[in-house]
Design a protein around this ligand. Structure first.
Ligand code: GDP
Ligand code: MG
Length: 258
């Protein structure tokens, strides 16, 4: 990381912050035709073309890292969620886990200043990174948090992907862009989740997605519109995560409803 980036970064204000069932004798079998995008699709014996997703059986907030904590060394893949305070990170994580309130949601930003690791079925971790953009945090705190997140992005052996959440109603802020670039710099292409989809008219979605792409300077990559209210976009996110789990060779539970 360049000195200029670090200097900018320390200005980021850190705060806190289904799949469709197939038939019962479903077996996971690679579908050769589905490999073109570099990952396998799985179909049932009956060639049911519907995909299967992780069945959420057990979820637990396993590790909470404060600024002085040692980061855990996990042996299952991790996917992390970044975004400014109040963008809907906890709501998204709850929606992914099918839980109403395991990840704390708050209308009061800036409360939780931890990195939270949610263990899902002992198969993977959803990692909630502290949110940025909350003004009432001392500069020294912001710097500590910036360093902690950086340490996490650089050191985690199991981090597979980083999702960056952007409110679909607003153009990305300078901090969003900085976070996007920072994630890229650390070797991950951020997958964008455009949150609070239910708050705009359907006719506005494409326009807003375009504004998000342009605001971040995206040259390609994925933007997934998502609503924690309607759960739209959730299966698409799980589809990606499931593919990484399969790739990592982790054991997956059998198919049925999440
Ligand atoms: N309408 C709507 N509200 C949302 C959505 N996601 C989050 N919120 C609300 O936005 C506020 C902040 O959400 P939270 O998940 O705590 O954000 P975080 O600070 O990024 O973890 C809460 O009042 C949520 O209920 C969404 O998709 N739709
Ligand atoms: Mg939160």
């Amino acid at each position: 990381m360049t000195a200029a980036m670090l200097a900018k970064l320390s200005k980021i204000c850190l705060s806190s912050a289904g799949g469709t069932p197939c038939t019962p004798d479903f077996r996971r079998e690679p579908l050769l035709a589905g490999r073109s995008a570099g990952r396998e699709l799985y179909v049932s014996r009956e060639n049911c073309l519907r995909r299967t997703y992780m069945v959420i059986k057990n979820v637990a907030l396993e590790t909470v890292c404060g600024v002085t904590s040692t980061l855990p060394v996990n042996d299952k893949i991790e996917v992390a969620f970044a975004g400014k305070s109040n963008v809907g990170k906890s709501s998204l994580i709850n929606a992914l886990m099918n839980r109403k309130a395991l990840a704390r949601t708050s209308a009061q930003p800036g409360k939780t200043q931890t990195i939270n690791f949610y263990n899902i079925n002992n198969a993977m971790y959803l990692v909630d990174l502290p949110g940025y953009g909350y003004a009432k945090v001392a500069q020294s705190e912001k710097e500590k948090w910036g360093r902690m997140i950086e340490r996490y992005l650089q050191k985690s052996q199991m981090l597979k992907a980083v999702f960056l959440l952007i409110d679909i109603r607003h153009d990305p802020s300078a901090n969003d862009k900085l976070m996007y670039d920072w994630i890229l710099y650390n070797g991950y292409e951020p997958i964008i989740i455009a949150t609070k989809l239910d708050k705009i008219k359907r006719s506005q979605v494409q326009k807003q997605v375009k504004a998000v792409r342009e605001g971040l300077g995206m040259k390609g990559g994925t933007v997934i519109p998502f609503s924690a209210e309607t759960k739209q976009g959730r299966d698409e996110i799980w589809e990606m995560i499931d593919a990484w789990i399969a790739e990592a060779g982790a054991e997956q539970p059998g198919a049925s409803q999440r």
